[in-house]
Write a protein that binds this ligand. Structure first.
Ligand code: FAD
Length: 339
């Protein structure tokens, strides 16, 4: 059943900047709920470059994208913010002091103020341009994330893509599936040498069949039940693969999507804000991090951290209209947060 959360501040986007905003809320005594379409917090750092080192986080000479998110989660953990993951926030209604946010699963957050830390927009899979695709997505015949591996036992599966996700899932599912086709538009796969060696081994055992260089061209079946996947070479030579499932792993793309419909001004891929408060054109809604724009904006994590502090201080006046916020240094506290 849908979850109903309540918080002083709702934060849309659990990337590095949203996570630091959650910490700042905690320091000011505001409760918060973080929402993200991804199943895990971390935004671009986790979805796009978990192993890559970053060199320009103040006081961290080198830290990986994944390492930075781990540290931010540890920093915010004493405040235990609610997290609503795995579904995109689609609707925002109400006004300052009484907003309601709803995601595509039907969960909601009632909040007094909103901080939009949505980066380049919600992450979603790159979908192949195939006719009738939605019907097959709705039945689970076509999936972009393996939610339940056991569903693929004894099935015939077409795994499409040439990167790590495609290779790792082809290997993993080949242990339980009836047959796995591994489809790629090039002759070569991009993967770690060890992974490529394991793929070759499974091919020699007859568990995986390489289908290269082919591209997806059509799906055949009825009412969302897949029977065959048609693939073609660049020259147009076609092959029909019997299949129960198609799993395309073509990476992630971002889409500002519903944010443009939430009432405040947006530009093509950003939200203009007042640089003194990070407020959007709707009172009580703030935007920070990559999604926010003002003169002098740099899309850097360190600048997003500063914006998180500014937005939470401004949001305090909306969440606690009768209380004046006394500015304090964190070092003024008698103990570490949560201790
Ligand atoms: P994001 O990290 O983009 O997170 C936004 C989150 O919001 C996403 O998870 C998204 O799914 C979610 N979201 C959006 N809309 C919705 C919605 N409607 N409902 C639910 N969830 C939603 N920066 C540096 O400072 N230093 C570097 O060295 C550096 N290196 C980089 C290397 C690479 C390869 C890349 C791609 C980026 C790099 N960056 C670097 C940029 C940095 O990652 C971004 O500036 C940073 O991630 C922005 O953080 P954010 O929290 O604003 O947004």
């Amino acid at each position: 059943s849908p979850r109903k959360l309540e918080a002083d501040v709702a934060i849309v986007g659990a990337g590095p900047v949203g996570l630091f905003a959650a910490f700042q809320c905690g320091m000011l005594g505001l409760s918060c709920a973080l929402a993200d379409v991804l199943e895990v917090p971390g935004g671009q750092c986790v979805a796009l470059y978990p192993e890559k080192p970053i060199y320009d986080i103040p006081s961290r000479p080198s830290i990986t994208g994944g390492g930075l998110i781990e540290a931010l989660l540890e920093q915010v953990s004493p405040f235990n913010p609610a997290m609503l993951l795995g579904s995109r926030i689609s609707d925002v209604a109400g006004k300052a002091g009484a907003f309601t946010l709803t995601n595509e699963r039907g969960d909601s957050i009632a909040a007094k103020a909103i901080i939009v830390a949505a980066g380049a927009g919600a992450f979603g899979p790159n979908r192949p341009p195939l006719e009738g695709l939605e019907a097959y997505e709705s039945t689970g015949a076509v999936q972009y994330f393996v939610k339940k591996r056991a569903d693929f036992a004894d099935k015939t599966i077409v795994v499409a893509g040439g990167g790590d996700s495609a290779l790792d899932w082809a290997l993993s599912l080949s242990e339980i599936a009836k047959h796995v086709y591994l489809l790629h538009r090039r002759d070569r796969f991009r993967g770690a040498p060890d992974t490529l060696a394991r793929i070759e081994k499974r091919i020699s055992e007859g568990k995986i069949e390489k289908v290269v260089p082919y591209q997806l061209s059509a799906l055949q079946g009825e009412e969302g039940h897949l029977r065959q996947v048609e693939v073609k070479t660049l020259k147009g030579e076609a092959r029909l693969l019997d299949a129960d499932h198609l799993l395309p792993f073509y990476g992630l793309s971002t889409d500002l999507g519903p944010i443009a419909l939430w009432g405040f001004n947006t530009e093509r891929s950003s939200v203009p804000v007042n640089p003194a408060t990070m407020e959007t054109t709707t009172p009580g809604i703030y935007a920070i991090g990559d999604v926010a724009h003002y003169p002098g904006k740099m899309k850097l994590i360190l600048q997003g951290f500063s914006e998180a502090a500014m937005a939470t201080h401004a949001a305090y006046a909306v969440a606690r209209p009768d209380e004046a916020l006394r500015f304090e240094h964190s070092s003024n506290r008698s103990s570490r947060p949560g201790a």
